[in-house]
Structure formats: structure tokens, C-alpha cells
Design a protein around this ligand. Structure first.
Ligand code: ZN
Length: 455
């Protein structure tokens, strides 16, 4: 069944032109996961019945639907394997020095398995573009204009954007090297420019890049959001750095860099949790995760026993059929039941054991971060400060002249639940109780976070 026919069928089904569909086999019913879910939607929301004649799957029961989904997931795996095969083919070509993709501008496609050939009309223009960049220091915009003037434009006739020009001027294909996903291969095609010109171009391009980076290397660049939703833009005035909103409606919105820094220092100091509580939280969270792992482990061994048992019964059943003790119909019904049982057991087993070692490491890092935010911020260099802000926090918001900072998960789990735990504590008895409650809340949240943690 073709793509068009399949869509047509779905349309007619959604208009209820039929009550159901009969497929031969489940993995022949759809080609990809999104088609499969469209089919499932019809089943679940429009009461369309699905039948699979060769698989004997009963889509009216929960376990039947589960088996069907599993089956589909397996065939998706099959499709993934196919793409692997295709990839292998591509790498094979690349290793032979052939470029199995569309020819870069300045070259011509000569058909599959053949080398790209130099395009006699476009190649000289590309060559000149490299020279203009390397010798005359043309910017991307000027190169783009030169290319357009000589007829090299997008398919709609517009001049190339900066990114396209950049891609051309960085592409080592022109000196015989093919770069695919950060891997390079030696190509057998004819070079368009000399390696000397290419290297000169690369040097010019990278010096431009560091120059422009240096110019904008402000500490809070793109980290502060204005009330209006725009990012504040850094600028230097009389030796001081300011961050200003360029939205015309809030031109008043501006803040000095050192004020931001002192605000952050104050906040990070406030975020600091008491060492005793940090230890307690770490200990309890780990214990709780360990308990869960143990339970899951026990549960999984029980399931394994049940699965072995079901397998045994399946074998016996086959023996009974073979020696004629039961008829085929009885055999098929029983077999189906056991298959359902197995699917159900595997469903339960699906919950994997936690990667305890890794979680322990992550938790330790998190707790360390929460105690050392302040010192890390004070001692870190510009890059480290930026990294810390970006990784652990949302953007800074400047709202009515005040800076607001929000920790991201999982740091937020520690900091938001701990209003009493934060800062110096006066430990009276009532306070202690509410501290214990808060520790419990934090432990529960961390437990939940790490239970769903994927490494
Ligand atoms: Zn604004």
C-alpha cells in the first residue's frame, strides 16, 4: 500500500466510512512510528477496529494492544538498523574517495558512484571568492554580493546568506578533503584551489572570529532578560559596563555590571545551606534510592521466575499438541493466553534498575554545588562564572530595577524548598521540627528526580 493510499485510508476511516481495517501483519501495517500512532488514535478515539490476520493479536484487550505496540517498536528497531546499513554504505563511498552527497557549488554531479567534476562556469567565481576573502579581506556580505553579481544565488534568485557564504569558504572539499560530521576523508576529485589559498582564507576567517568575540566578551552577555522579554545588551561607557534594554518602550531599563555582580554574591550567599542539613539530605536521599533499587531487584527476580514458569508451560503445551493429547484449537487458545501473560510480565519488568553509582556521583556534585555556589562564583574566572550561571540557573530577570534569579532543576529542588534551612539558623525545638519536615520534602523531591534520572 502506497503512501497516498495509506493517507486516503486514514481519512476515510476518520469519516467512519468503515468500521475497521484488516492488515496482513502488524509490521506491514505502517512504515513509521508516526503513522502507527495515527492509527492508534483512530482506534482509541474513533472506535475503529484493527485486525492483524497473521499475528493473531487481539486489539480489543489491553494486553493485546501492548503486544501490538511492542511489535511495532521492534519493527522500528528494524528500520533503525536499515539506516545503519545505509550509513555504512555512505562511509564505504567516502573511504573510496567518492562524495555521496550533492556536489558543493563549483562542482557538478556526474551520477552515483562517479567523481564530482569541476563546473567550468561556477568554479572560477568560487575561486575568486576565496581570493577576495584572503587577499582583499572581503566580509561575508561583500563576498555574497560578489557571488550574486556573477549569478551565484539561491534558487529563488536572492543573494546567499552569511551562513552559506561561511560554509563555502570553510569547506575543505575545494582542496580535496571531504568533511562529513566532523570526520574527514581524502577525496579523489580534482582540487579547485591551492591549499595555500585555503589556509590563508581560514586564517583570515578565524582572526575575524576572535576579533568579534573579543569585542563582545561581556560577563553577563545574553544572560539578563528585561521585563519586556528582550535580552539586555552590554555596552561600555566611560570605562564601565552597562546592560541596557534596546526596546524603545523601556529605554530607561539599564543596570551597571558591578551592581549585578554584588546582587549575585548576596544571593548566592543566601542560598548557602547548612552543612548538617546537606549531609542529612544526602544520606536520606541515597538510602531511599538504595531501598527502591533493592525492592526492584527482588521484584525482578520474582518476575524472572514467573517468566521461566510460563516458558515451561509453553513447551509442555507444544508437547501435548505433538503427541495428540490436545487439538489445535485448544493449543492456539492456550498459547495465546500464555503469550499475553508473558507480555504482561515483561511489561512489569520494564522498570529498570537505577544506575546507582552514577546517581550517587550526581547527587554528590549537586550537594557540593549548593554549598559552594558563593565561593565558586567569587573564585571563578569569566568563563567559569558564565558557565555556572548558564548551567545552574535560568536567565537573570531585571524586573522593576530588581534582579531575579531562578535556579534550574535539580538545584531548584534544594533551594526552593528550604526557606528555613537557608542562612543562619536559630534552632529552637519548633524550628527543628519544621526543619525535619523540610528535609523530608527535599529528600522526596530529589528521590523523584533521581528515580527518573537518565544517564
Ligand atoms: Zn525592555
Amino acid at each position: 500500500m502506497g503512501r497516498v493510499k495509506f493517507n486516503q485510508m486514514l481519512q476515510e476511516l476518520s469519516r467512519k466510512k468503515a468500521q475497521g481495517v484488516i492488515f496482513h501483519k502488524i509490521d506491514r501495517s505502517t512504515r513509521n512510528h508516526s503513522d502507527w500512532s495515527r492509527l492508534i488514535d483512530l482506534r482509541d478515539f474513533s472506535d475503529i477496529k484493527l485486525y492483524f490476520s497473521a499475528d493473531g493479536i487481539d486489539m480489543t484487550t489491553r494486553s493485546g494492544r501492548f503486544v501490538a505496540d511492542i511489535n511495532m517498536a521492534m519493527s522500528k528497531h528494524y528500520i533503525d538498523n536499515l539506516t545503519e546499513e545505509v550509513k555504512k554504505g555512505l562511509y564505504g563511498r567516502l573511504k573510496q574517495g567518492l562524495y555521496p552527497f550533492k556536489a558543493p557549488i563549483g562542482y557538478l554531479d556526474m551520477g552515483g558512484g562517479k567523481l564530482k567534476e569541476i563546473d567550468p562556469t561556477k568554479a572560477p567565481i568560487i575561486k575568486e571568492a576565496f581570493r577576495l576573502c584572503a587577499e582583499e579581506r572581503y566580509t561575508f556580505n561583500k563576498v555574497s554580493a560578489y557571488l550574486a553579481k556573477n549569478g551565484l544565488t539561491t534558487s529563488t534568485g536572492r543573494a546567499y546568506g552569511k551562513s552559506t557564504v561561511s560554509r563555502i569558504l570553510h569547506n575543505p572539499f575545494y582542496v580535496g578533503v571531504m568533511e562529513v560530521k566532523n570526520k574527514t576523508f581524502i577525496g579523489k576529485h580534482e582540487k579547485l584551489i591551492s591549499t595555500k589559498l585555503f589556509h590563508k582564507t581560514q586564517n583570515i576567517l578565524s582572526s575575524k572570529k576572535t576579533l568579534s568575540q573579543g569585542k563582545h566578551d561581556y560577563l553577563y552577555r545574553q544572560l539578563i532578560t528585561c521585563d519586556c522579554g528582550k535580552n539586555l545588551i552590554a555596552e561600555k561607557q566611560k570605562g564601565r559596563v552597562y546592560y541596557r534594554c534596546h526596546n524603545r518602550d523601556c529605554l530607561e531599563t539599564t543596570i551597571r555590571e558591578d551592581r549585578i555582580t554584588s546582587f549575585l554574591k548576596k544571593d548566592f550567599n543566601k542560598f548557602k545551606l547548612d552543612d548538617y542539613f546537606i549531609k542529612e539530605i544526602g544520606k536520606r536521599t541515597l538510602a531511599k534510592l538504595g531501598q527502591k533499587n533493592q525492592n526492584q531487584n527482588k521484584f525482578n527476580s520474582t518476575i524472572k521466575l514467573h517468566l521461566a514458569n510460563a516458558d515451561g508451560r509453553l513447551n509442555k503445551l507444544t508437547d501435548l499438541l505433538l503427541d495428540g493429547s490436545v487439538d489445535k484449537e485448544y493449543y492456539l487458545t492456550k498459547k495465546k493466553n500464555i503469550h499475553m501473560e508473558i507480555a504482561n510480565l515483561e511489561d512489569k519488568q520494564a522498570e529498570k534498575l537505577l544506575n546507582f553509582k552514577e546517581i550517587e556521583r550526581e547527587l554528590k556534585k549537586l550537594l557540593e554545588l549548593s554549598t559552594s555556589l558563593y565561593s565558586a562564583y567569587i573564585l571563578g574566572n569569566k568563563q567559569e562564572k558564565r558557565l555556572l550561571l548558564k548551567k545552574a540557573f535560568s536567565n537573570l530577570y531585571l524586573i522593576n530595577g530588581t534582579l531575579v534569579i531562578e535556579p534550574k532543576e535539580p538545584l531548584s529542588l534544594l533551594l526552593f524548598s528550604s526557606s528555613v534551612l537557608l542562612g543562619g539558623l536559630n534552632q529552637t525545638n519548633t524550628r527543628k521540627l519544621s526543619c525535619q519536615e523540610q528535609i523530608d520534602t527535599i529528600v522526596n523531591k530529589l528521590f523523584e528526580y533521581f528515580t527518573n534520572y537518565r544517564s
